[in-house]
Every structure is written in C-alpha cells, then in structure tokens.
Design a protein around this ligand. Structure first.
Ligand code: GLU
Length: 582
C-alpha cells in the first residue's frame, strides 16, 4: 500500500505540514495548489482533532476544543469561518446534514438541516411554457433558493450537546471577517474560472468577488464587515436572529426581487423553518457498524448499499487500483444509483422503503447481478421489501461545491457534517455578506414521467433529495472508529463508499484512503480520475464493457480515524484543507 501511495505522489508537489496546533504562519497557509492538488500527510494526535476544507476553519475549531468546547461547539466555529473563507461552498445561506456521537452516553444522533421548498412552490417550479428550464438558468437568482437550514440545525445540536456559550462560538469568525483573511487559491480559481457562470450577475456578489471589476486574487486580504454584523446578530439572538427580523426580510427581498428569475420564498417560510433530528441509517458491515444520514439524503442508504453489495466479493483480496476492484466497485455503485433514482427522496412526502433498501437479504440477492467478467450495462432499480412501485426514476444534475468537516473532542464525542449551498456560489445572490443556496435545483425538474409521479418532484415545504453522506463507523464494542464525508454532487456517494473501503477493507490509513485516485460510477459511464494511476485502467475496463471517461474528480474528503493509540486525520489533496490535532 505504501508503495502505491508513494508512486502516486511521485509526479506531484509534496509538501509536509507542521502538525502542531501552533497557529500557521501566514505565508504557509495555502502551501501550493499547483495541479489543483496539495499533497497531505497523515496527522496524528492524542486528544482532539479537526479536519476541514480550510486552515482558518480548522484553527478556529481547534481553539474551541482547546478551551474545552465540545465537538458541536467547535463545529459552529468551523462552519462560520468556512462561510467567510470558503463562501463558494457552504454557509448560513445553505443547508447541511450531520451526525453527532455522544461518547459518554454511547448515542448517535443525526440531524437534517436541509433547505425547504417555499410553501408556494409546486411541481411546476422549474418549468416555463410547459418545458423544463435550462438548469443553469434555473439556478441563478431567487427561484432555486430554499429556506436555509444551517443555523437552525446548529442551534438545535448546540442546545443538546454544547458546552460553551453560543455567542462565544462566533468570535473567531467575527474577528476574521473584520480584520481580514487571505483569499485561498481554491476560492480565487473558482471566481476566475466562473465555476458558476452566473457569478457577478447580481450587484452584491459582483461587488464582493469582483472588486474594481476584476476577479479577486489568491493571497489578497479580504474583509467582510457585513457578514461580521450578521454573525453578531445571530450570536446575540440565536437562530431567531436569522429566521426572523431584518436578516430574514433581506433574504426574502433578495429572492423575490431578483428581476430576471425571482423566487417564491416568504418571511413566513423563513419563520416556520425547523431542523429535524432523524434516526440515522445503520448497517452491519463485516466487523463494523456503518451509519449515515437517512432521507431526504440518499447518501446514507446508497453508501450502505454499495458496501453491502460488495461484502461477499472479497474485495480485500484485490489491490485497490486493480481492474477487478474498480470493476466490482462500479457494478455495486450502478445498482445503488438505480435504486437511488427510483426510491430515494424526502420521506416526509413520499414513501421511501428505507429499511427495505438496506435489507440484508435484498442486497444479497441483488449482489448476484454483479459479474466479475462483464459490465452490467444500465442497472435497473430492484424491488426492495415494502417498495411502492409507482415511482419513476429521475436524475437531478447536482454540481460540485459543498464542504465536509470531521471533529473529535477531548471526551471522544464526534461530529461529521456535510454543508452546502449546492452549486459553487449557490444562486449567486448575496445578502448581508453571505451567499444564498440554489438547493432547490436538486429536485427533479419534471413532475412525472409516463403518467407516473417522480418521487423527487417539487412539492410545497419539501426538502430536495441530496447525496450528502456524512458517515461514522463503529467497532463491535460500539466505539467510534471513523468519521468521514465529502462534497462532490451526486458523486459524493462513490467518494465516501470508496474511502470507507480503503480504511475498512484495504487497511489504508485515512490519508492514504482519501488520496487514493477516484473511480466513480453513477449508473452510466465509469469515471476515472485524470492524471492518476487509475486512469491507466481505461483499456482493461473497456474490454469488460465499461464506457470510460477520464476526468477531474473534485472530492473534498475530510476524515478522522480513532485507533487504540489515538487520532489520525486526513484532508483531501484535491482541496486546500488542513487537519490539526493535539
Ligand atoms: N446539492 C448536493 C447534494 O445535496 C451537494 C452538492 C455538492 O456536493 O457539490 O447532494
């Protein structure tokens, strides 16, 4: 394994990070983003750890943990700083899913802070003149903005598991917003490349990201006093400082007055929003218990499906980048995505056979469809126990932005959160220093197919299906042993499943598992990560019948493994993140 990783790194710029909790020298904050990759080293620690997509955010979380804060306390600090320094990916204008492990009471909770459709929305939201809108046009402006869920979710968890006062957790982000932070290479690249073509269409985001008409550059110091004011208000008033009063009214005004593409969000939608604690979805996998988030994300169920479909295939006997391993993985992924497309949506609105989809016997039967020799072509959804057959398959073209972070505190509590404003820069509408999501484009634009309703259609007050997959793994004695998650649109499921296999089956350390070149299938082409060893499998996979595309695969995996000796953390070389621990 170490040979594999060493050769993988050979052509890439290798940077070793200092692993101490000492603050990071300014010039070393983003060491190198050449080739869109920063090589990362495994970080080890004894007591506590944060792994996130940005060094500022990781440092903010560490400061809270140093003060004796719990994992959720640190998470709030991390999320608020991410809103500032990685605004393209997540923030208070977006939504999230998270898992919290209460180590003393050995209790796992999962929380849904997903955006909600306005009460005035219906299945025609993304249709014009009877036709589905162009996805890129639908996304920009107010139409795609769902009621943001991050603030409500974090407040809910803080009330249950927080140790430090709520207001203290905003201090780091407020200070940085007022004093300035260094623009990361990732943010600068996303602005310059117009990752979201609508960025700059509306005045506020134009002024913020294109000062004097030019895209802001990496390394430039940037302040965001408006965001600092918003944070102060939420710090003082709690979530109601966001969902009621002037901030909420400004959000509603921005959504409704986006002249070219107004939305339906109202002050009442804002005031009515609630984050929901839901049962996690768990399954036994070999010697472990793996747990993720249930509907409205498809992530938990689909990742569990992939692992369970492979459980009897002796994956541990193949090298992770062998043709056999990659082929088997893609076949399991195809089956999981077929079920995802048909059955997975917001279970508060449509019947989702959650238990059936991860049922041991069902998956054992379904795994017989996997051949070691030949690609299965397009997989068809199965018939899990208690399935409602009336749904039609749909896809929704989620695009990559989003962020994931993992935290373990001194008491062994864990927090794994994936947070998103959907597309990079979301709807591109900016209010009071933060961007509003375009999460409603995760719904199916069509309401029905062949006269049958689509499970993930738009409905008033519904939450769009997600792929976000915060995960935790437990050993047979119910000890937390791993936390992981990733951005990456609907590819998230592949990234997380593969990283779990890397650690659990291929016995890689968490950093090696995260850095392992990607292979992905969403029930179509097999995607292989460009400029990595896995792309050399193209021919061999084509011989088996795969349609292969070699491309950039931009995950953002941030994970922690807990061993008898302590904590091990990994950060994704494809982003600019950092692990720190003590
Ligand atoms: N909107 C996507 C989801 O909820 C996430 C987008 C991304 O990862 O970039 O699944």
């Amino acid at each position: 394994m170490s040979n594999l990783m060493t050769s993988e790194r050979a052509g890439l710029f290798l940077i070793c990070f200092f692993l101490s909790t000492a603050s990071i020298a300014k010039e070393a904050r983003y060491p190198e983003f050449g080739n869109g990759r920063i090589e990362q080293e495994l970080v080890e620690a004894k007591e506590y750890m944060v792994s996130s997509a940005n060094p500022y955010a990781t440092e903010a979380g560490m400061r809270i943990l140093e003060k004796g804060g719990s994992a959720i306390d640190a998470a709030i600090a991390v999320q608020m700083v991410l809103n500032l320094v990685e605004p393209e990916s997540s923030g208070i204008g977006g939504g999230a899913f998270s898992l919290y492990w209460d180590n003393k009471n050995k209790k796992l909770s999962s929380y849904d802070g997903r955006e909600k459709a306005p009460m005035a929305a219906d299945g025609k939201l993304f249709q014009e003149n009877g036709k589905n809108m162009n996805w890129w046009e639908a996304l920009a402006g107010g139409r795609s903005v769902g009621v943001p869920g991050v603030v409500a979710m974090m407040e809910k968890i803080h009330k249950q598991h927080g140790k430090l006062p709520w207001a203290d957790l905003f201090e780091g982000a407020i200070k940085l917003s007022e004093e300035g932070f260094e623009i990361s290479p990732k943010l600068a690249t996303s602005i310059a490349n117009k990752t979201n073509p609508a960025l700059g269409r509306y005045e506020k985001s134009w002024e913020y990201f294109f000062p004097k008409g030019k895209p802001i550059k990496a390394g430039v110091s940037k302040k965001n006093p408006e965001l600092a004011m918003t944070f102060r208000r939420i710090a003082l008033l709690g979530a109601k400082g966001f969902y009621k009063g002037q901030v909420a009214l400004d959000i509603v005004a921005a959504v409704q007055s986006a002249a070219d593409n107004p939305g339906l969000l109202t002050a009442q939608d804002m005031a009515m929003y609630e984050a929901i604690e839901r049962p996690p979805v768990c399954a036994k996998y070999k010697a472990y218990k793996i747990c993720g988030m249930g509907p409205p994300t498809s992530g938990g169920m689909a990742v569990i499906q992939i692992l369970k479909l492979l459980e009897g295939k002796s994956l541990e006997n193949y090298q992770p980048l062998s043709v056999e391993a990659v082929h088997l993985f893609t076949q399991a992924a195809k089956l999981a995505y077929a079920d995802r497309g048909k059955y997975m949506a917001d279970a508060d609105f449509v019947k989702v056979p959650v238990e059936g989809l991860i049922d041991e016997a069902y998956l054992k039967q379904r795994s017989k469809l996997i051949s070691l020799e030949k690609d299965m072509g397009k997989a068809i959804a199965g018939t899990p126990p208690n399935a409602d057959q009336n749904w039609k398959t749909s896809t929704s073209p989620e695009q990559p932005s989003t962020t994931h972070f993992s935290i373990v505190d001194k008491e062994g509590n864990g927090f794994s959160m994936t947070s998103s404003i959907e597309m990079a820069f979301g709807s591109t509408l900016m209010v009071r220093g933060f961007l509003l999501n375009n999460q409603l484009t995760d719904f199916s634009f069509s309401e029905e197919k062949d006269g049958e309703k689509i499970a993930n259609r738009v409905q008033a007050g519904k939450r769009p299906r997600s792929s976000m997959s915060p995960f935790m793994v437990f050993d047979k004695d119910e000890n937390l042993v791993m936390l992981i998650g990733s951005p990456g649109g609907s590819r998230i499921i592949n990234y997380v499943a593969k990283t779990l296999l890397g650690v659990l089956d291929w016995k890689m350390d968490i950093q090696a598992a995260i850095s392992l070149p990607h292979f992905v299938n969403r029930n179509g082409n097999t995607d292989l990560e460009q400029n990595t060893r896995v792309s050399k499998l193209r021919k061999a996979l084509e011989v088996k019948g795969h349609e292969v595309s070699v491309r950039d695969l931009n995950s953002g995996l941030h994970g922690i493994v807990i061993t008898k000796a302590g904590l091990e953390g990994g950060a994704d070389p494809r982003r600019v993140g950092r692990v720190l621990g003590k």
